[in-house]
Each structure stands twice: as C-alpha cells, then as structure tokens.
Design a protein around this ligand. Sequence first.
Ligand code: 3PG
Length: 210
Amino acid sequence: MNDVLEFHGRHRLVPVVVVDRADRAWPLAETLSDAGLPSAEVTLRTPAALSVISAMTACPGFVVGAGTVVRPAQVEQAVAAGARYVVSPGFSAAVDRECRQLGVLLVPGVATATELQAALEAGRDVVKFFPAAAAGGAAMVAALSAPFPSARFVPTGGIGAAELGDYLRLTSVLAVGGTWLAPRDAVDSGDFERIARDVREATTLVEHLR
Ligand code: 3PG
C-alpha cells in the first residue's frame, strides 16, 4: 500500500482544513502534530491554500495533501507546493490522468455504486465517500462494501466526533475525514487550544475503538 494510505490507515483520522491565512499554516501543523495527528488535507478553496501546503511541508513528519481538487491544473500546482496526495470531491477522468502523469496518489470522491464502480475500474481502490452524512452515512458505506469488497473508504462530509465510531467500526473504512477536527473559524481566530482539545478527544476515541 502507498505510504500515505498506510499512514492514514494507522491514524484513521484526516483533518480537512480550510485556511484563509498563510501565517496559520505553521502553528496549525504544529498543533495537529503535538496532538498526535500530523496531517492535513488542505482544501484549495482559499487564495492562501497553496502557500499553506508549502509551509506545512516544513513541519517534520507532517503529511500534507490537497483537497477540493477539481481541475487538472490544480494537481500540478498542489504537487509543486508539496502535496503528497490529491483529493477530489468527485471522480474526474482528467484529474485522474494528471495524477497518474505526475505520479501522485489520488483519492477520488464517490457517493453511489456507479461512481464507485468507475473509480475501481480506474484502479482507485481508496475513495472518499462524500458527502458522507447526506449520502447515507455508515449504513451506505456498509451497503457499498458488500458488492465491492476491495474498496476502502474515507468518509467525509457532515461527520463529527459523535458519528466517528459508526464509521471506524467498519473494516472497509480506512480513515474518517472532516473539518470538525480543525474548524475554519478556530484556525482563523488562532484558537489552537480548541483544535488540540478536539483532536485529542478524537484520537482517544480512535484508540478505544482499536
Ligand atoms: C470536504 O471538503 O471534504 C468536506 O467539505 C468536509 O466536510 P465537513 O466540513 O462536513 O467535515
């Protein structure tokens, strides 16, 4: 298995972050690392996102990916900034092709059996189940796993600490992602204590579920 996927499978949590200020990158990466979760999927939804990715790569042992990648050109930008993997909200053949050309891992988004089948046909066994809560939650992941036993899911979208156990108990779930681990307003206001507290709470829960 790819080392990034092995890493996510070990930690079982992926902080998805929307960062508006580049100067928040370093303290955020340090906070996540100190709290036991040295990674972030940085969404390309803000002008600062690529600078944030780049700054986070300087944090030792920190694994940074690019999220919300919807165009092939963004793949090149994300990789140039130092992203170790790319996440899409859906499955795009063009983004898939660009990732292959640049040799970077893609985790495409799927919400239905048809989309999952297309991702698997393209050789993408690890997918983001998105938007997880709205698309049927853990019950939908379990239902999709029956006909597609090779698929591994990273459910994301509308998940919080309360739902974590429902997903992580499923063997087909590699890890769970979400912004609740480092909410945009907390990052923006520099409330790193709150982020550290929420991340520790989540990592403790993961330990209990092992
Ligand atoms: C994502 O970009 O993966 C999702 O929008 C995160 O969803 P959440 O904010 O509901 O966790």
